[in-house]
Write a protein that binds this ligand. Structure first.
Ligand SMILES: C[S@@+](CC[C@H](N)C(=O)[O-])C[C@H]1O[C@@H](n2cnc3c(N)ncnc32)[C@H](O)[C@@H]1O
Length: 396
């Protein structure tokens, strides 16, 4: 079934009005701060090449992300767009002190002209894509691609995997079970009661474990998120491979999640995306992912803009050395090269430019000298990032 443009606009207005009525509580996620996102991008040879970079937030809500990036983008432009009038008012007030470099555009995504917006080094598109109609999603993806400079980086968030697919089905049931013409808080109350009944009856029947877990997670959401995601006009599970396909057609490719999964290092964006989807079928969830626009003029320059921040602490003095992440409890056995690097990183984040020569010097002083130190180190650090034990930070 196709939706006419008028119907589509009416749905968009309904979605935005829902955010006027029930403001969205922004979730602060340090992993999507510019230093981390651009650090990850730099590993793949993408990201801005100067300390001043322009930022666009498509669906900026109350402007929290723009305000977080403002002290770090070297005086570059900050543009936010949203259709919710109250979100735009909040965002404009929040960004007022930033002067002319910040601008909030109150508009339906369908009416945004990429040529008028210009191109950006970093685009945030968080909490939006999956609550919009498929026609709007397609428009959004072309906007992201058109508004990225070559080498520019986009952060997208979406749900995928077994849980998300079940959640999308659950939303359809809840929308039918709850009247829409009663106040939002009553809708949420009634939907929560339906969830509890479903969970009870499923448990009695020895129901599907994954579905029980979805019901539990759905019930644990804050009221505002529950309302927008489980009773809203749209909710879609979006696969990473599907996004890679759609954006890839415009030269924008999947780099990785901001929270790395143990994915190994598949060379192509397509392979990485399929691996991400495969991992998601073991449960899956909400992802913040990093995409970047190919810059054919640029060679890979991954390392020099990155500071490595280690979460690992050495345990005892055993050889090979054992390092543990105290927060996750995860531990790794490190070879001699990685051990030297991790001990240097224990004093604070360091760039490749000082780390690599220091490790090389240490290795050449060994008897016998370790000759392939830097080759091994490079791969090992990337692997440790893949396991979430090192955080790459962008340093300019
Ligand atoms: C969940 S909020 C996310 C806000 C912000 N990105 C954040 O993470 O806090 C989704 C936002 O998308 C906006 N939105 C939804 N459909 C839109 C459309 N068609 N045009 C413009 N904004 C839209 C809503 O008004 C809402 O502010």
């Amino acid at each position: 079934m196709t939706t006419s443009t008028t119907e589509l606009r009416e749905i968009n207005v309904k979605i935005a009005r829902a955010y006027d009525q029930v403001p969205y509580d922004p979730v602060i996620v340090p992993e999507i701060d510019a230093a981390r996102v651009l650090g990850i991008a730099a590993l793949y040879g993408a990201g801005p090449q100067t300390g001043s970079y322009d930022v666009l937030d498509l669906g900026c809500g109350t402007g929290v992300q723009l305000a977080r990036v403002a002290p770090h983008n070297g005086g570059g432009r900050l543009v936010g767009t949203d259709l919710s009038q109250s979100a735009c008012t909040f965002a404009s007030e929040r960004c007022a002190a930033l002067g002319a470099r910040a601008r909030i555009v109150c508009s339906d995504f369908l009416d945004l002209d990429p040529a008028a917006l210009g191109q950006f080094d970093l685009i945030y598109h968080v909490g939006v894509l999956y609550i919009t109609p498929p026609e709007v999603q397609r428009r959004l993806l072309t906007l992201v691609a058109a508004c990225l400079k070559p080498g520019g980086v986009a952060v997208l968030s979406y749900y995928y995997g077994t849980h998300a697919l079940l959640l999308a089905g659950l939303r359809q049931t809840l929308r039918l079970a709850v009247p829409r013409d009663i106040p939002a808080d009553e809708q949420v109350g009634r939907a929560r009661a339906v969830l509890r009944d479903m969970a009870r009856s499923l448990a009695q029947q020895g129901g599907e474990r994954a579905m029980l877990s979805v019901l539990q997670h759905a019930g644990a959401r804050a009221d505002s998120i529950f309302y927008h995601e489980l009773l809203g006009e749209h909710f879609h599970a979006l696969s990473t491979a599907g996004l890679e396909d759609a954006l890839g057609a415009h030269g924008v490719h999947f780099l990785n999640w901001v929270w790395p999964g143990p994915q190994g290092r598949p060379a192509t964006a397509r392979d990485r995306a399929f691996l991400a989807d495969t991992l998601d079928y073991s449960g899956g969830g909400y992802h913040y992912t990093v995409f970047a626009k190919t810059d054919s003029a640029r060679g890979p320059s991954p390392r020099e803009n990155v500071l490595w921040e280690s979460r690992l602490v050495r345990e005892g003095r055993s050889v090979p050395a054992v390092f543990r992440d105290p927060s996750s409890g995860f531990s790794v056995n490190a070879n001699v090269v990685t051990t030297a690097a991790l001990e240097m990183l224990a004093d604070g984040p360091r760039g490749w430019d000082t780390l690599a020569p220091a490790v090389a010097k240490d290795m050449s002083a060994r008897i016998p000298p370790v000759t392939d130190a830097l080759e091994t180190l490079d791969e090992e650090l990337l692997l440790l990032w893949q396991y979430g034990l090192l955080a790459p930070l962008w340093r300019r």
